[in-house]
Design a protein around this ligand. Structure first.
Ligand code: PLP
Length: 215
């Protein structure tokens, strides 16, 4: 699939869901992809990209941004507190705020820097032990804690279990967001972004469908 084909599918899914054209932001997930696959997407004018690891992103995006201009960078993967400072400098949006300690670290660094990336709180909707994210039962309280710290939380993010239909997870995430007055929903990947759009996704994270399988 090419970028333009994916953008067409996004537009169709928006229309099918009765949503405004352009209401869904397509994050092109370039993690682990070789330069020869990423450059064509930059050359095509796309300027919103996602990465999983701070170190990997720091190794390639400064150079690409020198060549192509400002790119909006989204961090999608789990973040250790000792990398928070670097992540805040590099990324415009962080989707993996998942625990009080990280929230406190962001709050302290935001004070120090006078700025903070926009944040999504990751919710472990499948309550999977190996997966990051706050448990659904703890989400309301954690959202309140983040707000008390004045963090710029714009929405919620989830990664449904691989072996389950995603619909119930997307619905659950939208419910938690709705009752907490959050409008951002980061959900939907290569295999299910159209379903996610039907369930209200505002940000979809699409990697392999744009760039091909990761090696
Ligand atoms: C890798 C990754 C994606 C993209 O996955 P694809 O299946 O390649 O579209 C999306 N979100 C997160 C959190 C990821 O780690």
């Amino acid at each position: 699939m090419s970028l333009s084909e994916i953008m067409q599918r996004v537009a169709q899914a928006e229309a099918a869901a009765g949503r405004a054209a352009g209401s869904v932001q397509l994050i092109a997930v370039s993690k682990e992809q070789p330069e020869e696959r990423v450059l064509p997407v930059l050359e095509a004018g796309h300027r919103v990209f996602g990465e999983n690891r701070v170190q990997e992103a720091a190794g390639k995006w400064p150079d690409w941004q020198d060549r192509f201009g400002k790119v909006e960078l989204h961090l999608l993967g789990p973040l250790q507190t000792n990398k928070a400072r670097q992540a805040m400098a590099l990324f415009d949006v962080i989707h993996s705020l998942d625990r009080p300690k990280l929230a406190q670290t962001f709050a302290r660094l935001a004070q120090e820097n006078g700025s903070c990336p926009q944040l999504f709180i990751q919710v472990n909707t499948g309550a999977e032990p190996q997966k990051a994210g706050i448990l659904p039962d703890a989400a309301d309280q954690f959202i309140a804690e983040c707000r008390a710290l004045d963090l710029p939380v714009i929405g919620l993010m989830c990664i449904p279990p691989v072996d389950e239909a995603p619909e119930a997870h997307f619905t659950h995430l939208a419910q938690i967001a709705g009752r907490n007055g959050l409008t951002g929903l980061s959900m939907g990947m290569s295999d299910d972004f159209e379903t996610a759009i039907a369930h209200g996704a505002t940000h979809i994270r699409v990697g392999s469908a744009i760039f091909g399988a990761r090696r």
